[in-house]
Design a protein around this ligand. Sequence first.
Ligand code: AHR
Length: 533
Amino acid sequence: MDRRTFLKAGATAAIGALASSRLAFGADAELVLSPGEPGAVINPQIYGHFIEHLGGVIYDGVWVGRNSSIPNVDGIRKQFVDDMKRIGASNLRWPGGCFADGYHWRDGIGKASARPRTYNFWQRRMPAGLDATETNQFGIHEFMRLCRLIGAEPYVAANVGSGTPAEFHDWVSYCNAPAGTVSLADERAANGEKQPFGIRYWGVGNESWGCGGTMRPEEYATQYRKYVTQFPNYTQPFLVATGPRGHSADGDIGWTTGFFEAMRGFTPPDGFSIHFYTDLRPTTVKAGDFRANEWYEVLLRGVRLDKVIEDHWKEMEKFDAAHRTKLVIDEWGVWYAPGSEITPAYILSETITLRDAVHTGMTFDIFNRHAAKIEMANVAQTVNCIHSLFLAQGANFVLTPVYHVFDMYRAHMGARQVPLNNPVPSLDVPVLSGQAKLPGLSASASIRDRRLAVTLTNPSLDAALSVRLKLGDGARAAEARATVLTHQDMRATNTFADPDQVKLASHPVKVGADAVELIVPNQAIVLVECETS
Ligand code: AHR
């Protein structure tokens, strides 16, 4: 186990050559998989998305307008649709975020030219002189069009902070009432959609402890009940209550305790949201330019999510032993201090590097390992924002390194989680405060129709790791292939001018009767797919 290979890995080709010579001599680590005892199904909704009316997310990122010279489908950026479809994007959360608790849905329906211009919550964050007036050109119809084009499930956040239960219920009826039943269904038909949208996922507010109303948990629980008691049940809903600020220093367990305490004796929500940002804003760590200790700091803060999930799940169990309420991690991502925006008006947009891709792999492995607890998760946010998969500005469009990780992990979507024994010891790494321990190898596995998918992320900046994936339960490996995402420069990124710096490449594996061997390069994510018999 201690035979960690201290090989300074270079370009992928060099790693490939290295791999074939190392494989003959055994592995540094043997991971044992149990495909015969698969666990929970990994809900495809875990690989979900989020777009908010903020900076350049909706306007430009998603919506370019019907008369734009940028290729579009009824005003929606075509490239965005195509690339989201390609990774099987499972859902889209909208309209916020903080914006949701100031949003009045009626402003976004009807003739586009007649829609009002309204105040946007993010106005106060805009650089002086720059406007953030909400034009309401992208409303519920445009959102549903986008979801259908992609094939993604809609997840709509309702306004609790400045709305009313009646406004929420009307919105639900407008969306879901069968044609010809109530006047709101007629109005929807008059606006071009005779058939109901059938929206199932509804968020009851957002960050109600902060921008969603600065409430105490018991206050929010009262609001939650008022908002859901008369919910128009046209489509069996999955109702998500606002949960904790998971990235708080104490994990914000108090919110979870307070909410569920106040909900005793009432129907619990279907989902309980956790927001978990790897929040670098209070530090000097920059998005695009950083040193080794800042690489590890980000990854170390990211893996705290594992404990946050465990802690809140345990707390919820005190009130709901059967765990009727599942977790919805509807905002997660690495959030850096301002400084790398693609243009000043696109607030919260960031340079996305290989470091963020490695963080994504480690996060997804955590989600997969907790698959039984998690209904859904949503990256914050999909385009032109924190932890984005895309950057877009006018005719320019680029896939970030994070996009490619979503692409790799689609192999797990809807498959059953496979237990694995990962004996790789922790790494001793430099971080902002000195030294810390970081998982030496992040891993998760799943199986569908005898096809095994194993994802492995090596966070080390200087040590590749030769790994043997041993198939337990008598499984035999028929054939295998692997894909890698890495780069010799830890700061590597994709830009409009140079879009393919960080991209997927195929990676060598050696297939034995009951095992697959490979080298996991330093600072890399690897997907191994193996047919078993
Ligand atoms: O994703 C950006 C913001 O972060 C969201 O609007 C809010 O919910 C969170 O604080």
